[in-house]
Design a protein around this ligand. Structure first.
Ligand SMILES: [Fe+2]
Ligand SMILES: [Fe+2]
Length: 188
């Protein structure tokens, strides 16, 4: 299985933008916490989070290729199947048609990918811009404000209730706590 060190090596090699790296760290720590909550393999879920946008810098102008580069890098190190590969295949399915969202790991990525961005947006409007100052109430208040972080698809995040059986409130708290515990890596 792909180790966290291997994932980090690929991530650092192919992603130079610090904010983009931090996005993957945020999704990684949230995925790990969700795996712990749901009884899955925390390392596997974290690795998926760390790699899910690893090829974004190379593919941002070629949406049909996003995830395909990462899948090729994995092939080069002998990994061409398994849960992480399948989940990566489903991540950009609207463009690649490689796989559908099926298991909990796929749905966790789908929902927390958007949520972590929303939490960062809420952090950045705090007076001290520190994630330590963010409370679940601050997030829920902004959630209801449609003009705030308009680009974040709330419906996508709220699918945690149906697909992961985690109430939205708890889902947000899991991600917030995970991100707060790793605030240094996230620059927050
Ligand atoms: Fe992506
Ligand atoms: Fe992402």
């Amino acid at each position: 299985m792909l180790t966290k060190d291997q994932a980090l090596e690929l991530l650092h090699k192919h992603t130079l933008n610090q904010n983009l790296r931090r996005h993957m760290f945020a999704v990684g720590v949230t995925m790990k916490a969700l795996a712990q909550k749901l009884g899955y393999d925390p390392q596997e879920w974290e690795v998926l989070g760390l790699l899910h946008d690893a090829d974004w810098e190379e593919t941002k102008d070629k949406p049909n290729e996003h995830t395909k580069h990462t899948l090729n890098w994995l092939k080069e190190i002998g990994i061409s199947e398994g849960p992480i590969v399948h989940a990566l295949m489903s991540h950009n399915r609207k463009f690649t048609y490689l796989a559908e969202l099926e298991g909990k790991m796929e749905w966790a990525l789908e929902t927390c990918d958007e949520l972590t961005g929303f939490i960062v947006a809420v952090t950045l409007v705090m007076p001290d811009k520190k994630i330590a100052s963010v409370k679940i109430e601050s997030i829920l208040k902004k959630w209801k404000t449609k003009e705030f972080a308009k680009a974040v698809d709330r419906t996508q995040i709220a699918q945690c209730e149906e697909k992961l059986k985690i109430p939205l409130h708890e889902f947000i708290q899991i991600s917030l706590s995970a991100m707060q515990n790793h605030h240094e890596e996230l620059g927050l």
